[in-house]
Design a protein around this ligand. Sequence first.
Ligand SMILES: NC(=O)c1ccc[n+]([C@@H]2O[C@H](COP(=O)([O-])OP(=O)(O)OC[C@H]3O[C@@H](n4cnc5c(N)ncnc54)[C@H](OP(=O)(O)O)[C@@H]3O)[C@@H](O)[C@H]2O)c1
Length: 312
Amino acid sequence: MAAKTVVIGGGSGFIGTALSNLLCSCGYDVVIVSRVPGSFRMTWSELEQNGLPKNTAAVVSLAGQNILDMKRRWNSGFEQTVRASRINTTLSLVKAIEKADVKPSVFVSTSGVGYYPPHPSKVYTEHSEGGKGDYFAELCTDWELAAKLPADVGTRQVTIRSGVVLGRRGGMIAQLYLPFFFGMGGPVGSGQQYLPWIHLHDIARLFLYAIEKENVEGVLNGVSPDLITSKEFARAFGGSLWRPALIPLPEFVCNILLGSERARMLTEGQKVTPQRTLELGFEYNYPDIRSACQEFSPLIYTDDLRGDNIER
Ligand SMILES: NC(=O)c1ccc[n+]([C@@H]2O[C@H](COP(=O)([O-])OP(=O)(O)OC[C@H]3O[C@@H](n4cnc5c(N)ncnc54)[C@H](OP(=O)(O)O)[C@@H]3O)[C@@H](O)[C@H]2O)c1
């Protein structure tokens, strides 16, 4: 029997690479939808013309322009790119699912914890209200709406609202590694703001869980159950590199580097718990920040890009 195929929009990126490798190690075929042609890939226009490959059992939406790209100024042009790269790609996947003769069993789409407006103490679960109040909350609302399939399609739907993904070779850890390694790292701003986070292996495993478990649907918070502040993160990450992590990154510097609207992602935070994720039986390999950061120690060799070492 042919292996089941999982189609991943934006599967060439940081999370998508880990997920693709995990899926392949579990016997799935993976096809990535990308702006760039290549083997085991299709472009967005090929998706539009030819539809989903035969045997597509699951579709995952992970495309999105990197919001914290320091090389890009935060202006209306970049805001448009951030938005279109998420919403148009998600809409293309939805259209392809609707047009498929044999529908995939599940569509897993991505959103962010930016859905919940920053707050110093309020605890957000998947049932909490959000989705309005600032640019990122509204972006997440529109992103989630774009992923909605009509009920008669019959494909199960899961939306994962991801926290900051921690993995050695990408995202925030890759950007912070050198400053922390040279003892120049520390908390952002006051350090009191909460930082919803999840280890790369766990977010990849959560996508796989959403694909495979038929009882899983609706919104899941893709965050660790360990609620930590920016200061606690800096202490744990610095500790894994044997560095003190005492030098804070002042808020005004973040505002200058990123623009004040975008800088709020770092200088303000939200306390997000994975209530439904836990209720639905997902078990974390990295449930606390110390175990996650230990994995970034220079003494431990892991290969996130190959993803071989992600335990199911
Ligand atoms: N990493 C995190 O900490 C984190 C946290 C919360 C939410 N998320 C969300 O999760 C998704 C995946 O995250 P990631 O860290 O894996 O992202 P990533 O590596 O920055 O990018 C994912 C993929 O998106 C595609 N892409 C980038 N810019 C695009 C554009 N302008 N138009 C169309 N496609 C574009 C690229 O694929 P091609 O170059 O192959 O086209 C890229 O490989 C993103 O939507 C992100 O917002 C990530």
